[in-house]
Design a protein. Structure first.
Length: 93
């Protein structure tokens, strides 16, 4: 389910002309780094993708999303809120 949510989000972002980066855990990637970053003409966004609202978080994921939301646009995206997140992005992009 998480892969399906991520695919829909990435497809939407790319359709709006965003430069999209899907991150992968490993050396060089900070702990808590969101799954998807999107860049668009002076705007950036970060997304932590989960299968559903009850999916567990890894260390620092919630804190990172909260910090990034204060800087620009960041959300936890899952099967239950993907439409809401896309709706908010429609107003920005």
């Amino acid at each position: 389910m998480e892969a399906k949510v991520q695919k829909r989000l990435v497809r939407f972002l790319k359709s709006k002309g965003c430069y999209v980066i899907k991150t992968k855990p490993g050396p060089g990637t900070p702990v808590g780094c969101p799954d998807v970053l999107a860049l668009y003409e002076g705007f950036w966004a970060a997304f932590e993708v989960k299968a559903d609202s009850s999916s567990p978080f890894q260390p620092l994921q919630e804190a990172t999303i909260s910090k990034f939301e204060g800087w620009s646009f960041a959300r936890v995206v899952h099967s239950e809120n993907i439409d809401e997140v896309i709706g908010a992005l429609e107003l920005i992009l």
